[in-house]
Design a protein around this ligand. Sequence first.
Ligand code: G1P
Length: 304
Amino acid sequence: MTQKVRKAVLPVAGLGTRFLPATKAMPKEMLTVVDKPIIQYVVEEALEAGIEEFVFVTGRGKTSIENHFDRPYELLDILEKKQKHDIIDKVEHIMPTNTKLYYTRQGQPLGLGHAIGCAASVIGDEPFAVLLPDVVACTGDNNPTADAIKLYEETGKSVVVANEVPMERVKNYGVLNLGKEGLTDDKAEVTGFVEKPSPEEAPSNLAILGRYVLTPRHMEILPSIKPGAGNEIQLTDAIDQVTKEEGCMGSVFRGQHFDCGDKVGFQMANLYFALRDDYIGPRLLPYLQATADKTNRRNTPRVA
Ligand code: G1P
């Protein structure tokens, strides 16, 4: 019997430089995809997967994340007086009341491994999920955190969720080494991991997606991890080391998801969710189609 995965670590200390100036005074995790901040999608995925306690590893200028998950008494009072019950529903239940939230600061930006290590005392001797908030998954039938927890429960091993990327992009990710066996039913025993390899060094094109379930051993190992790729303390290096001791499972996620840490992925996420919204979708689609047509016409050379 494995221990239940109740806790999740969400590292939210990143500076969001790719989105400047939008992120000059606002956390990148609070940028909105339609009408919810990115971080809320990620928290909803974790809640749906059964997470009961969240550790947010924050940094300077991130207090709006704490405020977002707080109960907004004054706002609720005003909305109550105005009888705006539909809006009350949207703000009241963002976080179930029995969920525990912890905020801890990463004093220095020393890398993802260091950030996760900052949550060690709250995690204690339990397996835990890690969700990198840049990735927004379209949950429901396809919840990568829920899939990872299920595989952890079946195997008792850590699980790293991955997706296939073109070989020329592996240098942006942690990459799985599957050894000789390869994938069965989109799952595999992983023999090791490499953080941000060149295409020539990459053991596969399976890139770490940003969803993990890790055994408590990772928290013991993290303080001893030396700076690696980019001179940062890498979570991938800790996982690679624990894999050699305990084994590890890789699981390929084929559901729809967006890298909202990238401007293109962020815009795609907005379009995807907007088109599925009952109010916005039918109004936006004709505009998008007309704009696409016009852009196409402009870009197509005229025949003389
Ligand atoms: C981090 C991880 C990397 C993973 C990626 C997913 O890298 O270190 O292994 O593939 O997230 O987005 P970062 O994006 O912080 O450079």
